[in-house]
Structures are given as structure tokens and as C-alpha cells.
Design a protein around this ligand. Structure first.
Ligand SMILES: NC(=O)CC[C@H](N)C(=O)O
Length: 494
């Protein structure tokens, strides 16, 4: 597989739209684009998936390691038809959208992702108010590579880590004199991949936490096609380089069992025939949306996955464990409050059903949710405490947790990595929570080594076999293997 990274000069320069336009231009030129996103984000990949009709891989070197991101991306080879793997004319081309500006980030960065994959960077520049200076910007970003401090986990794992800025996409440049002027002023060795003219249809609406999701507010098909008309798919294919293979060298990925996933070695959590596999119910609706493709894959490898839509009124299906991902429960608080799924879940949880809720999922498992307009809604009430929405971020960063041994998704002493991003806060003794006073001794599954967690020091409230974290853990942590192992144990009974 070939690949390139689209790195921004900053956040908000239009990388998502550039990624869609470059991918479309590659398709038009007869290539097979594979979408991916650097960093821990769930939202931008949902736009890639909506536009390209295939999952967009989340590549975070800090959460997955260099080997993990390589494996994850190479696994995507199974999603595409390739006429001749290894031939630059016909092989798939990964288009990896960066996060923030190219060099920004403390745990990892877009530059680190490019170095980990050994692919070049195409700079996305907001050219709305510039011309020759776009070339100067690209040159500056290229020169800075020599000064960039790549994270140690990348430097240690990559032989010759390099960040190569090889080309430019000019965002918000008008067709004609403006775009031509930018192209003519570029230094010879910075390739012109084209420009995206400003267009209202390309403005994806946003709300707290980022853009609206790709399946709620997809970029209109016609707008993507139009944006791609001024992007050169052949130039993009020429800029791409082969993606560094995972050292476990098992090629196209699927069918290799655990070695083919982007997760660590499995523990045979739920071996045996299909009939033996436990069932994991996964909430999937407008309230619960934040799931990595790698998590879906891992769960499907180990268990039977049963999706359900609590905010749409579904009851909890028959299952041996439940996963409530993050999302926007605050936008569906009334529906969730009267959802049969939450009351069934409360009964089953008390009976020992293993349940994992992450962020939005934690909110739904708590006693109450108070929205920004001050309305309090009852939630499942499995975990103590209530959640309150605010009008700005309460946490936004990578997290590292050390397991206390309580809760079913980690063994004592294990370190799990993930990220957190939310506007809500959780407090014991919040509205509707009669059971626990602020100083009651609640149980926690994790001490927080990096990040905020639930109270700054701890994450993962525990009751029965239910765990609720603010952290979203990547499956590379092993969290989902553990959840399935707990499901297996539950299915077998006492
Ligand atoms: N990451 C999430 O699941 C976010 C949950 C919720 N929307 C909040 O902002 O707090």
C-alpha cells in the first residue's frame, strides 16, 4: 500500500475537506484511496467513511505504537480491491488526514505519524488570503523537520525517522489567477496537488467536540466532486510512497487471527466455535457514536456483536456483556431517560452482567444527566454520581490509566492508553443521586497517570461488574479482549 499524510499548517485550515477532495481525485484518476486519520479523533473519520463508503482507520502512535499503526493501516488492504499490490499505478493509496498543525501535539503528532508510516507529507494551507507566501509557508514547514522533536516512542521504533514535506494543497484558493499565482511561486521540489475553491457546501456544521458526524451531516457528494476537479489525482499518486510494513510481516491482514489486528496478543478470551461465542451488545445510535473501526473488528473477532439503539427506543438485546461508547447522550437525554434499554440494563447490571461505558456511555450509566439549560434527566443509575454538561471543554488530551484490579476491563497494574474529550463533568452526590454522598468511598478501576479521568486522580467508576470511564481506550489496550473474557465467564454462569 502507498500513502501520504495531509498535514495542516494549523487546526481549522480545511484538512477534512482536502482529504475528501484528494481521495476523490485519486479515484477519478483510477487509484484506490484508503482513508485514515492521525490522532485519536472519531469525528473526522466519520466524514471519510460517509464519503468513501469504507471505514477510516484511526492511527495514533501513542495509543497503538509504531507497529500498531502500521498493522492497522495495512489491515485496510482487506477493504479494497487492488489490481496489483506493490505497483504504484494500481496499488491502494492511503490518504491520512493529520490532526491540528503538522508539528502540534504532546503525546504524538501528525509529523510523528508520517515518520511512523514512512510516508511523505502534503501540506494543507489556508490560502484564502495569500499567494507567493504559500510557497514560503511550505518551505518553512519542510525546513522545520530538522528541528522537530519527534516523540521517543517513534524515534526508538523507526530506523530513519523522517518528515518530508513534498507538496501542497491550497485550501480556499479561487480558480484562475489566485490558484495559478500560488502554483507558479512554489519552489521546484514542492509539488502542486491543486486547490479547493471556497464553497458554502463544503462548510461542515460544527457543535461542541467538533464537526457534526459524517452520517448526520455528510459533505454533499456534488461539493466533493466539484472540489476534486481542481485537485490532481495523478500528482497525489506520484507524491505517495509505500507505507512501511509491520514487522510481523503478515501482509494483507485479515484471516491471520490476532496477529493481523492492531491489538496486542489476544488471550483466547472466547475461543471455540461460533456457538460458544458470547454476545456483546453495542449501543449504536445518535447518542452513542464514538467507536474505532479497530474496536468493531476486535469485538467481531472475539464475540457476536449485537447493535442496539437505546435513544431510538430499543430495549437491551439478549447479551452476555454491553458496550456503551461515547457520543452525545446530552442531545437525547429525555429519550434515554425513558428508554427501556436503560432500565433493563440496570437490572442486568445488578445481576452481574459485564458493562463498559466510555464518556457518553459513563454518562448514561450514572444516576443523572443535567443539560446546559439546567434540566436534570434520570439515567440508568448503575454507577453513583451525576453528570453535568458545561459550555466548554473539561478535558481534551491523551490519557494513561493504571488499573487497580477492580472492574472487569483491566487486570491490576496494567496500563491502558486512550484519550478523553468532553464538555461534561461527573460528581458524586450530583442531582438525582441519593445513594452516594460526595465523600462516600466509591470504587474506581483506574488511577490516572496522565489526563483528568473522572476526578483528576481516578477513572473508571465501578459497581457490580459495570465500569464507566471518561477515557476512550483503544483496543490496543486489551480492554475489549477483557470485556469479552468477562462476557464469556458470565455466559458460562457461576
Ligand atoms: N467523548 C464523549 O463521549 C463526549 C460525551 C459528551 N458529549 C460530553 O461532551 O461530555
Amino acid at each position: 500500500m502507498y500513502g501520504l499524510v495531509l498535514g495542516g499548517t494549523a487546526s481549522g485550515v480545511g484538512k477534512t475537506v482536502a482529504a475528501l477532495a484528494v481521495s476523490r481525485a485519486l479515484s477519478e484518476a483510477g487509484h484506490d484511496p484508503v482513508p485514515a486519520k492521525a490522532g485519536p479523533d472519531y469525528i473526522d473519520p466519520s466524514h471519510h467513511a460517509a464519503a468513501l463508503g469504507r471505514p477510516s482507520r484511526t492511527l495514533d502512535t501513542w495509543m497503538q505504537g509504531v507497529e500498531g499503526v502500521r498493522r492497522n493501516l495495512h489491515r485496510a488492504a482487506a477493504d479494497v480491491d487492488r489490481a496489483a499490490p506493490g505497483d504504484p499505478a494500481t496499488d491502494a493509496v492511503a490518504v491520512v488526514e493529520g490532526m491540528m498543525g503538522l508539528y502540534d501535539g504532546s503525546a504524538t503528532s501528525t509529523a510523528a505519524t508520517a515518520a511512523a508510516l514512512d510516508v511523505p507529507v502534503v501540506l494543507v494551507v489556508d490560502a484564502g488570503a495569500g499567494m507567493q507566501s504559500v510557497g514560503a509557508t511550505a518551505l518553512g514547514f519542510r525546513e522545520y523537520a530538522a528541528h522537530a522533536d519527534l516523540p521517543a516512542h517513534v524515534r526508538d521504533a523507526v530506523d530513519d525517522p523522517r518528515v518530508d514535506v513534498v507538496g501542497v494543497v491550497a485550501q480556499k484558493a479561487h480558480t484562475g489567477r489566485h490558484a495559478d499565482g500560488i502554483r507558479e511561486a512554489l519552489p521546484d521540489d514542492i509539488a502542486w496537488l491543486g486547490h479547493v475553491p471556497p464553497a458554502d457546501d463544503l462548510m461542515v456544521p460544527d457543535r461542541h467536540l467538533g464537526l457534526e458526524m459524517g452520517d448526520e451531516a455528510p459533505v454533499p457528494e456534488a461539493a466533493i466532486a466539484e472540489a476534486a476537479e481542481t485537485v490532481d489525482g495523478e500528482a497525489a499518486a506520484r507524491a505517495a510512497r509505500p507505507v512501511a510494513p509491520p514487522s510481523a510481516a503478515e501482509g494483507s491482514g485479515r484471516g491471520g487471527g490476532v496477529a493481523g489486528t492492531d491489538t496486542p496478543g489476544g488471550r483466547g478470551a472466547a475461543g471455540g466455535t461460533d456457538g460458544d461465542r458470547p454476545t456483546v451488545a453495542v449501543a449504536a445510535d445518535d447518542a452513542f457514536r464514538f467507536v474505532y473501526p479497530a474496536t468493531r473488528e476486535r469485538l467481531r473477532e472475539l464475540a457476536t456483536v449485537e447493535p442496539f439503539a437505546p435513544a431510538a427506543g430499543d430495549d437491551l438485546p439478549d447479551c452476555d456483556a454491553v458496550y456503551l461508547p461515547g457520543g452525545y447522550p446530552e442531545n437525547h437525554a429525555a429519550a434515554l431517560s425513558s428508554s427501556p434499554a436503560l432500565s433493563t440494563l440496570a437490572d442486568r447490571a445488578a445481576d452481574g452482567l459485564p458493562v463498559l461505558g466510555e464518556c457518553g456511555g459513563l454518562m448514561a450509566l450514572s444516576a443523572s444527566l443535567t443539560t446546559v439549560d439546567g434540566e436534570t434527566h434520570r439515567m440508568a443509575g448503575i454507577l453513583p454520581g451525576g453528570v453535568r454538561m458545561h459550555d466548554r471543554y473539561r478535558a481534551l488530551d491523551h490519557v494513561e490509566l493504571r488499573a487497580t484490579g477492580d472492574g472487569v476491563t483491566a487486570a491490576a497494574g496494567e496500563r491502558h492508553r486512550g484519550h478523553e474529550f468532553h464538555y461534561s463533568s461527573h460528581a458524586l452526590g450530583e442531582a438525582g443521586d441519593a445513594s452516594v454522598s460526595p465523600d462516600a468511598d466509591a470504587r474506581f478501576a483506574f488511577d490516572v497517570e496522565r489526563g483528568e479521568g473522572i476526578d483528576g486522580d481516578r477513572d473508571g467508576l465501578v459497581a457490580h461488574r459495570t465500569v464507566g470511564t471518561y477515557a476512550h481506550r483503544h483496543p490496543a489496550s486489551g480492554a475489549f479482549d477483557r470485556l469479552v473474557a468477562a462476557a464469556d465467564e458470565y455466559a458460562r454462569g457461576p
